[in-house]
Ligand binder design. Sequence first.
Ligand code: SF4
Ligand code: SF4
Length: 482
Amino acid sequence: MLVKHKLNEKERGYSRRDFLKITGGSGIGFASLAAVAAIKELPGTNEGMLFNSRLKDPYLPQYPTEYPWWVKEIDDTANSLGTTEIVPNELALGSTKVNGQYQPFTDGRQDGFQAVGNAATNQDWSGEWGKIAQEAVTSRNEWIANMTPEELQDYRFGTAIVQASDHWHVNTAEKNWIKLPINAAKVEISAEEMTVKLKGVAHWFGVDQIRVCAIDDKMKPFLYKVAATSGTLRGYRPKGWIDPGRPVAWPYPYKYAIVMGIFTSLPTHRAGVGPLANASTATTCSDQDVYSKYMESTIRGLGYDAYGMIIADEDCCETPFAIRAGLAEAGRSGLAIAPWGAGLRTIVVATNAPLVPDKPINFGLREFCKVCGRCSANCVSQVIGKDPEPSLINGAYKWEYDGFQCMKQRTAFGCQFCVSVCPWSSPNTPTHDIGRVLASIPMLAPMMVKVADITYGKYPRGENADKWQPWHTPADWAPWRT
Ligand code: SF4
Ligand code: SF4
């Protein structure tokens, strides 16, 4: 999945020319277009080179590096985080996915995966997270006890891949990672040029999306006061491990956040629940660590300080950074939803390299979420708000979400059903692109929700399916099945 692979247009199965033909030759992207154009003007660059090529996904390369015309850049104002309205003086917490009680989220060790991991490692069932961890372990054991031999083999493969993936989180953790020294000889170029070049490098690494935002006072609520220092539940931790934490300074020592996004594999995240969905999420998650450290080391090699955050050992809650940098809007599910779907996984690299921040984006998601609610209707644990309108929660207008129950489900069975049922989580084919364009127009959103319900089913894979089964059929693709 990290291997670079050049595909010709036929292999891609989709070209920008097709898109232009179908959309009547209307506009193309904004800042990224300028960026790519600029790359081509630079000496020694790769004209004609195709970006975005992670081998895990047979649809690849599927996500354009340029935003099409219907994704609009919007102004960054004091009262907004992208298209999410905020009340700055009440802002205590962004659209974080893992803190259902909406309390100020200042300690990275209280991130759901960290807290459940600590409880399970030490068999400490005290406190709210301890209770969730215990219930999750009990449910999982009951599930395993009732598996057929075929399901058990699925579970074993899925779990082995998850553990292999999560072990990166432990070994790239801040306390274990040896940073490359900052090169004393700086590469002195303008902020504009540095931005363009680093974006090109990230795409070449295999990153799907990359944009920049400032780390200023507006982002202060989304930086922890104490960060975690180790990986997650499924990466190895010795029994008795207690995370001492790591203070996060404010003023923050870095001026910019490079926010990169990669997408989970579509065919596997459509498994929704169970080992295959779990493995799909986990491998993308560990890829995030690798891309983060690639970028950190590259920037340090160019002579500038950089810190690549890894999952579960990061200084911040990433979603608000993804929204402010313009990778996504905040969806009803609390996830950062990109024009190409809810499977976006975000990576933050903090740096003092000279850069130009991007603007947030609006592709109509906010209005679409109000009439859609497919994630809410299909959530296995029924934890996503059903009210069409978002409400003021800790300083931001968003939808209700119970992170404790979600974490229990994910720990016990693996889950990304809310990701897979989101209509935006579709391949970048001309047909789907037409759907995206129509869905971005608020007055057409109700019609497009109906189209999604008819095309994929209102309750994909059957509302009567046993709640705890891995909801994929043997025909679904999995790397270990022959
Ligand atoms: S569908 Fe699964 S992952 Fe999504 S919110 Fe519900 S329980 Fe959590
Ligand atoms: S499933 Fe629908 S309501 Fe949920 S995040 Fe996606 S577009 Fe929004």
